[in-house]
Design a protein around this ligand. Structure first.
Ligand code: C5P
Length: 205
């Protein structure tokens, strides 16, 4: 069974994908981490994330980079969003994601284009979304817990920028795949969102 989970930043898709993987006993790949590693590698190389050649070179990042805690930062998220615009970068990461999706026994993958590009043949496709206000507030709370000081307004402006870039790019823009179940988590807490996702998958089995 292949489960594709797509959606914008801070929609809850990562939490949902991890919970589905655990519930159904499937391996899970957070594909955003691959783009984050490319963004981080461009930075370490002193390259320009908006330059396709620099970004493509960075796709040969060492596997160990996937464990770098800096990958989770907002700065690296912004770099990931910039390198992921390039078709050559997306193509270079395709095989690795496709191989994960088609391993025997199935898998859960989350990202922006799993249901549309990486695994259009997925058994279940979820498109997890939430209002920009709800997502900004979640991100703000997470940051407060980590002691990072950024205003809600700044976070919301950043989210809008990333959404816009992800949705309007020519290559694999963020959108719900055909046949995807849309799950709006704006009014749901973690447990309610996970329960709704499990129910959606079970309804499609
Ligand atoms: O999901 P996450 O915030 O970690 O993704 C970081 C960035 O990587 C996104 O803003 C998006 O531009 C890019 N990405 C992508 N395709 C994916 C996963 C992530 O373009 N499948």
């Amino acid at each position: 069974m292949i489960i594709a989970v797509d959606g914008p930043t801070a929609s809850g898709k990562g939490t949902i994908a991890r919970a589905l993987a655990e519930h159904f006993g499937l391996p899970h790949l957070d594909t955003g981490l691959l783009y984050r590693a490319v963004g981080r590698q461009v930075f370490l190389d002193g390259g320009d994330p908006d330059n396709g050649g620099d970004a493509l070179t960075a796709t040969t990042f060492p596997d160990g980079l996937l464990l770098d805690p800096e990958l989770r930062s907002e700065v690296t998220g912004g770099l990931a969003s910039r390198v992921s615009v390039h078709a050559s970068v997306r193509a270079a990461l395709y095989e690795r994601q496709r191989a994960f999706a088609t391993q025997p026994g199935g898998a859960v993958l989350d990202g922006r284009d799993i249901g549309t590009v990486i695994a259009p043949d997925a058994d279940v496709k979820l498109f997890v979304t939430a209002s920009v206000e709800a997502r900004a507030e979640r991100r703000w709370k997470e940051m407060q817990e980590r002691g990072a000081a950024r205003s809600l307004e700044e976070i919301e402006a950043d989210l809008r920028l990333r959404d816009e870039r992800d949705r309007t790019r020519a290559e694999a823009p963020l959108r719900a795949a055909e046949g995807a179940v849309v799950l709006d988590t704006s009014e749901l807490d973690r447990d309610a969102a996970v329960a709704a996702a499990i129910a959606a998958v079970e309804a499609h089995l």
